[in-house]
Write a protein that binds this ligand. Structure first.
Ligand code: GCU
Length: 424
């Protein structure tokens, strides 16, 4: 497909001789725009049988379902229905949290309703004396005690992969990741904010070793085509939304799902499948998130397959070196969120995640937003850094690295204010 693959096959050949097995390792990462190569994206508005999609009825009845099926069959796998007896236990409601500005709730989500769990913990802040508020549901990487120094946030045992046991973290640092959030400002804007540690849905361990400890253990063992870890995390966050639907402090029809990096990929896939999510923010989601896979820039399909094959479904393996054969590309993942608002945030130094590839995908998904009467990316050129393109499909590239910055939250709040004011 790309000229780089002839070089790659030599490298792989060398590896074959050295290691006696295919490593799946890609060649040197390309960060040179002039070497991206040529590619043709599948047309998001042409159905598999060649039908040109010209109205929303055709989109919903024909094209959208087949794109969703392609993602299930080839990319992330097929997630089950809620299926197990998921239970929620609101074990704390503190009405005077964060110096009186918030109600804090802590909720145990038991994904099987039995002692074998797994169990995740949802932390929810809503503005004091308000009910039915729109809410950010944030997938995040660590125990909830890291999001804020609030001494009321419970600290729970975490899986020790070596022992297979849950143990209390040693020297937990409250608020260690507080710089990634803007909880007080979010509350001041009239929004709730909820957090869930994705490792409690399923631990993210090399070679998929987390599966016996996560939600997939409660379903039959996966075959090729069944769901990968991203599918599991997406399934779990939909169960968190099931809980939010029962909480009168939250307007569950106005929940914005947020995820960063691999959790940005997860947020996109969760939002694609579960249309109850009112909007999605995918921060630096990169390869197999919002960045185009056919572009040979930064992380590639091969890289994902080399390091994180267990994130994906079994059928995805066949696309190593064959990105042009993928039945979809990321503009189609984006199109599955339409017409619901979506914000793609990227970082200028985050070349691994290919910010330009995310911008091009957003442009390529724009005809779907427009078909459904919403606004997409009308701008021709990649915007100046830190210049928010505010639409139903929004885009920004912050100055800086792969990160969630304080200034990003300023933009996320502008986005939320915009979508909830214009779409009441
Ligand atoms: C790695 C991986 C990315 C992923 C990131 C993360 O860098 O290659 O695809 O987005 O981890 O989740 O932090």
């Amino acid at each position: 497909m790309f000229s780089r693959f002839s070089i790659l096959s030599i490298k792989v050949g060398t590896l074959l001789i050295l290691s006696g097995g295919f490593s799946g390792t890609a060649g040197a990462t390309n960060f040179d725009e002039s070497k991206v190569g040529h590619y043709t994206l599948p047309d998001v508005l042409t159905a598999n049988d060649g039908t040109r999609i010209t109205n929303s009825a055709e989109w919903y009845s024909l094209r959208r379902p087949e794109i969703l099926e392609a993602y299930r069959d080839h990319i992330f796998g097929r997630s089950p229905q809620p299926g197990t007896n998921v239970t929620f236990h609101v074990w704390e409601t503190a009405t005077n949290a964060l110096n009186g500005i918030a109600v804090r709730k802590q909720v145990e989500i038991n994904f099987s309703g039995t002692t074998s769990g797994p169990i995740a913990h949802l932390l929810l802040y809503t503005p004091a004396n308000q009910s039915a508020v729109p809410t950010f549901l944030c997938l995040q990487f660590n125990g909830n005690y890291t999001v804020d120094p609030d001494p009321g946030i419970a600290i729970f045992p975490e899986l020790n992969p070596k022992s297979g046991l849950h143990e209390m973290p040693t020297n937990p640092r409250r608020g260690a990741a507080a710089r990634n959030w803007k909880i007080a400002e979010t509350l001041a804007h009239g929004y709730g904010v909820a957090f869930i540690d994705y490792r409690e849905i399923e631990p993210d361990l090399p070679h998929g070793a987390g599966m016996p400890y996560g939600v997939r253990k409660n379903f039959p063992a996966p075959n090729a085509g069944d769901w990968g870890a991203i599918g599991a995390w997406a399934w779990g966050v939909s169960r968190a939304l099931d809980y939010l639907e029962t909480d009168k402090n939250v307007d569950a029809k106005r929940v914005i799902l947020f995820g960063f990096s691999r959790l940005g990929k997860t947020a996109l896939w969760a939002g694609a499948q579960d249309t109850r999510f009112a909007a999605v923010i995918a921060n630096c989601s990169g390869e197999m998130g919002a960045a185009l896979s056919r572009r040979d820039y930064g992380e590639t399909v091969n890289d994902i397959l080399a390091r994180f094959p267990y994130w994906m479904c079994g059928n995805f393996q066949q696309y190593s070196n064959h990105w042009d054969r993928l039945p979809v590309d990321s503009h189609m993942l984006i199109s599955l969120i339409a017409p619901r608002p979506l914000f793609l945030n990227t970082g200028s130094d985050d070349r691994w995640s290919d910010p330009h590839g995310e911008f091009l995908a957003a442009q390529a998904a724009t005809p779907v937003y427009e078909l459904l009467g919403r606004t997409g990316i009308t701008e021709t050129n990649f915007p100046p850094l830190d210049h928010l393109l505010l639409h139903d499909l929004s885009f920004n590239c912050h100055t800086g690295k792969h990160d969630i910055l304080q200034t990003d939250w300023d933009d996320f709040l502008i986005f939320a204010d915009h979508i909830f004011q214009t779409q009441k």
